[in-house]
Each structure stands twice: as structure tokens, then as C-alpha cells.
Design a protein around this ligand. Structure first.
Ligand SMILES: Cc1ncc(COP(=O)(O)O)c(C=O)c1O
Length: 403
């Protein structure tokens, strides 16, 4: 059979929406502080597999039948019931099972909320530095994003009020305030309850919904969890998303969104494809029904050891040069701020090739600043490697005259 080998030309065929983006393979540096998840050994693989086995043993026929169908668009009813239970148990608010949509990770939930609310040319507000995935999605869907002022506690309510007022005055009232109030990514703080109440008032005053992202809520090893925005407000102004990626494993690809029914219906209308992975849903529901607290009690002290080791090494290597870093009570990240005028974002790839991975601040910056900042994920490496890797980072910075 003849084969046509002349390259086909796509000249003039690509959509305006698509971009020429390299499809990178994932590399790990020797000291990998650039990732966004805990270590593989903390994923409860045995527990997930035995939960699946238990489910098969007790209702194998039913599971086999459901696996042979495409999942329901909203996702597994059993896992949605568990999510409703968990939200009540952990966060103290109740939602109807039908007001929960399971998605392919919480990234999809965030994307659906963005699509439900925004048109190209709209504006949105986030924390001053924000999870690059959400920043990217907001921008991809055509929003101009403004990072609102934060301090060591998180969003500053007065500054947020002023920013919304200013934007509104220019006819650019934001469509949403996106916030990661528990263990913020990348900066780390948990927003105190008082500020959350003030922000809710501000949101109501201006008529701007809050998209609350609790991706890291389960990863607390110190301090007190604060009530969710959604716990304090059931008017419908709060859209709530969360994930099983950081608690269990990102490879499961399961997260969820709960919102006022009219918002959820719009979000669902933007979804392309079927509901998320049914097999993963059986494993998650079965495992967490019996082991949620036990798993967190095993997992979070390990995270604390890693945070402590990174903190100690930052103290030993960075304390006399005017650098600052955050002291998160959970989550995965420490936020390093070098003295003003230092650019640690530019040499990031070079330093990665030399063995230390981190994310430069600019990637988290709606306002385009952050050259002197870096997100350091402490969750992936061992405590020993967290300590040694920060030493190696200091050496790499010194070699380049950055400290
Ligand atoms: C704050 C935050 N939200 C959402 C996500 C998306 O996670 P996933 O899609 O795996 O649930 C991440 C991932 O790093 C994150 O940091």
C-alpha cells in the first residue's frame, strides 16, 4: 500500500483559541521543590485498592454494570453522597447531593465556574499571588486578572473593597473573587475568620461572587481550620471547589464543585465529555468512608516534618540576607521572598538543570511582579532532602551573585 509522506500543512487551519505550546515531559530535579503534590509514598495505594476489592466483594455485579456504562455527568452518586457528608462533617455546611458535581480534578471545577460566569473581556480578582492553574484558566477564557493586596494573613479586606470599587467605577466590575483561603497556594497563609466575614460583606455590597478553593483544606498540621466562606453564607454567593488530589493522589483526577443550583446548571452546561472516572470514585469513597481521619492523622505529621526541615534550612542559609519566607500551617508550599531587586525567576531553568527545582514568582503574579519570589514545595521530598536542597539552592543563588 502506498504511503503519503509529504508533510501535511496546517497553515491557515488552526483556531484562534489554540496556541503553539510545547508538550513538556515531566522532569524531576534532584531536589524537587517545583512540584505541586505530596510524595508517592504518602498516597494510600493499598487502602484504595482494598477499598475497591471490598466494594467488589459486596456488590460486584452492580459495580460491573455501572463500569460498563459511561459515568453519570455529575459523577458517581456514592462519592457525591460522601462529599456531602464530608462537607457537613469537616466544614459544617450541608448541601444536597444533587448540588455537587464531580469533575476531572478540581481544576475542571474551577474552569467550569469561570466559564459559567465570565465572557472574554471580563475582569476577575485573586490574591496578589495565585495558583498559576487558575490564573491561566482565567486568562485563557479572556479575563483580565487583578491580584488584590495580601499580607501575612492573606487578602486585606479594605484593599479588596477599594479595588472592586475602582474597577466598578471604570465599568469593569469583576465577575468573581477567587480565593484559596486555607493554606493559600503559593503564599501559604490561612485567612482568619474575621477577614472572611468582612470579605463576604464586601462581596455582597458589590454583588460579586466568591469562588472558594479548598484544595488544601485536609493538609493541616498546625493551627485551627477557619470556617469556610460557604459555611458562613448560604445565600448562593459562594461557589465552593475542592479536590482529592492532595489528600490522596493527583493521578485519581477527582475533584468537585458545589454551588447554587442555577450556577451549577450553567457550569454543567460548559462541561464537555462524560462524568469523571468511576473506578477512582469507588476507590476514593470506599477508602475515605472508613479511613479519612486515620489517613489525615498519619499524613499530616509527615508534612510537618518536611515543612520544619525546609524552615530550618532556610533559617540556616537565608536568614542574614534580608530574605523572608512564610510559615504555613499546612498545605504544600513555603513562599520565599528575596530582597527587592533580586531576580530569582530568570535563572529558574538553569538551577533546575543543576539539581534544584522551584517555581519563580512571576508565574503566580496577575500583576506581573514576583521576580524576587519563589514557591518551594516541601511536600514531595524527604525531610533530609528538604534540608539539603535548600542548602543547594543557596549555593546556586550565591554562584550567580543573587545573595
Ligand atoms: C489551589 C489549587 N486549586 C486547584 C488545583 C487543581 O488540582 P486538581 O485538578 O488536581 O484537583 C491545584 C493544583 O495544584 C491547586 O493548587
Amino acid at each position: 500500500m502506498a504511503t503519503t509522506s509529504t508533510r501535511f500543512s496546517y497553515e491557515g487551519l488552526f483556531s484562534e483559541r489554540s496556541e503553539d505550546t510545547p508538550i513538556n515531559k515531566v522532569d524531576h530535579a534532584e531536589y524537587d521543590f517545583a512540584v505541586a503534590y505530596p510524595a508517592p509514598e504518602t498516597s494510600p495505594m493499598d487502602g484504595l485498592i482494598s477499598a475497591l476489592q471490598t466494594a467488589m466483594d459486596s456488590r460486584g455485579d452492580e459495580i460491573a454494570r455501572h463500569m460498563a456504562y459511561y459515568p453519570q455527568p455529575a459523577g458517581s452518586p456514592e462519592l457525591r453522597e460522601f462529599v456531602a457528608w464530608k462537607l457537613e462533617y469537616d466544614r459544617g455546611f450541608s448541601v444536597d447531593v444533587d448540588d455537587i458535581l464531580l469533575t476531572n480534578g478540581s481544576g475542571e471545577s474551577i474552569g467550569l465556574a469561570i466559564q459559567a460566569l465570565t465572557n472574554p473581556g471580563d475582569t476577575a480578582i485573586t490574591e496578589h499571588f495565585v495558583y498559576s492553574g487558575t490564573l491561566g484558566q482565567l486568562q485563557k477564557f479572556g479575563n483580565t486578572v487583578y491580584g488584590s493586596e495580601t499580607d501575612e494573613l492573606g487578602l486585606v479586606p479594605d484593599a479588596l473593597d477599594e479595588l472592586i470599587g475602582k474597577l466598578d467605577g471604570k465599568g469593569k466590575k469583576p465577575k468573581m473573587i477567587y480565593t484559596i483561603a486555607e493554606h493559600q497556594n503559593p503564599m501559604g497563609p490561612t485567612l482568619p475568620e474575621g477577614r472572611r466575614r468582612e470579605i463576604l460583606e464586601i462581596a455582597h455590597k458589590h454583588g460579586v461572587p466568591i469562588l472558594e478553593d479548598e484544595c488544601y483544606v485536609d493538609l493541616r498540621f498546625e493551627g485551627e481550620v477557619q470556617p469556610a466562606f460557604r459555611t458562613m453564607d448560604d445565600s448562593g454567593i459562594v461557589i465552593h471547589v475542592a479536590s482529592f488530589s492532595k489528600l490522596l493522589a493527583p493521578g485519581l483526577r477527582l475533584g468537585y464543585i458545589t454551588a447554587a443550583p442555577e450556577v451549577l446548571r450553567r457550569a454543567a452546561s460548559c462541561k464537555i465529555g462524560s462524568g469523571p472516572n468511576q473506578f477512582a470514585a469507588y476507590a476514593i469513597e470506599g477508602f475515605l468512608r472508613t479511613s479519612l481521619d486515620e489517613h489525615r492523622a498519619r499524613f499530616n505529621p509527615l508534612l510537618k516534618q518536611k515543612r520544619d526541615a525546609m524552615d530550618e534550612s532556610l533559617n540556616d542559609n537565608f536568614s542574614d540576607i534580608g530574605a523572608k519566607w512564610s510559615h504555613p500551617e499546612g498545605g504544600c508550599y513555603t513562599w520565599l521572598t528575596m530582597p527587592e531587586g533580586t531576580d530569582i525567576t530568570a535563572p529558574r531553568d538553569e538551577i533546575f538543570a543543576e539539581g534544584v527545582g522551584y517555581n519563580g514568582g512571576v508565574g503566580f503574579a496577575p500583576n506581573g511582579d514576583g521576580q524576587n519570589c519563589a514557591r518551594l514545595c516541601f511536600a514531595f521530598e524527604t525531610p533530609e532532602k528538604c534540608y539539603d536542597g535548600i542548602g543547594a539552592l543557596a549555593k546556586a543563588f550565591k554562584k550567580r551573585g543573587l545573595m
